[in-house]
Write a protein of this length. Structure first.
Length: 332
């Protein structure tokens, strides 16, 4: 499927896009599911990526809106030091409650674009409408009804059920995926949430952490929970619709929008095209990231919270020719 997808991108001359360096951020390792999809779709051709996982303040899912907005302002302001072409809010919680903060922070750098996963996913779903949509997300994203609002504003007339699933992110961030006790806890949590969403025929993985457990969802839905989904269940990974939007593809892709680990070709995340930062423990982040991606990543760099807190003030002084390479870790 990736080969076909790549050919389509090439045929449409989408590699002529202006985006060359992309910054992504999330509360932890979840946004890496977005990174891997961008790499799979583009084959990484001509692109460089800067990724920040704010693990010291993870999870964002139950934090106050004003607190998340502050974090987003700090992170986007810090990312501006990398001379990026675009920033991806690879955290649906932040996009749902604080996208304005990201846009305002990015506006300090002319031409810097901000993307989220909610809007392009809604556009794809309206163009390819299921009968009933379920959304698994964090509590904050579910409470914001961000996906429902985006769908309804575009004319979707089916049912939408958004469900906060707070037990999943800590398990995925734990660095214990694959261990018996973690897998048991995941199965129990997923079973609980899927029973609530019984009857939907499309399930949006509305937190970027969740594509990393899509195979567990597939197994449950095709096995012991099959009777709960008589129409079948298509898993929707928002990273796919985002990838096309980021590439400049105007029309939604007319191919199945599903998450399947088999569609991701082997990728070396240890090259100079990738820079990884975390505010949390470097070793813990690297372990969780490698388990989720199924591959080792480049050495992770520690980013102190104090540096982030100072970023909004410093970003006002940034220009396209004056970059503090020592502190930003810029590729330039």
């Amino acid at each position: 499927m990736i080969a076909k997808l790549t050919n389509k991108v090439t045929e449409d001359n989408l590699y002529k896009r202006t985006t060359k360096r992309i910054g992504l951020f999330d509360s932890g390792v979840g946004g890496l599911s977005v990174l891997r999809h961008l790499v799979a779709v583009t084959q990484g051709e001509g692109l460089e990526f800067v990724y920040l996982g704010d693990a010291a303040r993870c999870p964002y899912g139950s934090r106050a809106k004003v607190e998340i907005a502050t974090f987003v302002d700090e992170i986007v302001s810090w990312l501006t030091s990398f001379q990026l072409d675009s920033i991806v809010m690879a955290c649906n919680t932040s996009a749902a409650v604080a996208k304005d903060a990201a846009v305002q922070a990015a506006a300090r750098v002319p031409g810097l674009k901000v993307y989220d996963l909610i809007e392009p996913t809604a556009e794809w779903l309206v163009a390819n409408p299921p009968k009933a949509i379920g959304v698994m997300s964090t509590i904050n994203t579910a409470n914001s009804q961000a996906f429902s609002k985006a769908l309804i504003s575009r004319g979707y007339q089916g049912s939408v059920q958004e469900l906060g699933c707070p037990k999943l992110v800590p398990l995925i961030e734990s660095g214990r995926l694959g261990e018996a006790d973690c897998e048991s806890a995941l199965t129990l949590a997923l079973t609980e949430y899927l029973k609530i969403l019984a009857g939907v025929d499309a399930l949006v993985l509305g937190c970027t952490h969740f594509p990393f457990v899509a195979n567990r969802i597939d197994k449950l839905v095709s096995g012991e929970l099959k009777e709960l989904f008589p129409l079948g269940l298509k898993l929707i990974d928002p990273a796919h619709a985002l990838a096309y939007q980021l590439l400049g593809h105007d029309a939604p892709p007319l191919i199945p929008l599903t998450t399947n680990s088999a569609t991701y070709s082997a990728q070396d995340y240890r090259t100079e095209a990738f820079r990884f930062f975390t505010t949390g423990n470097v070793s813990d982040f690297a372990l969780a990231a490698s388990l989720c991606l199924g591959a080792e990543i480049a050495p992770v760099q520690k980013l102190e919270i104090a540096v982030l807190e100072a970023a909004p003030q410093k970003s006002f002084k940034l220009t396209n020719v004056s970059i503090d390479v020592a502190t930003s870790g810029s590729f330039a």
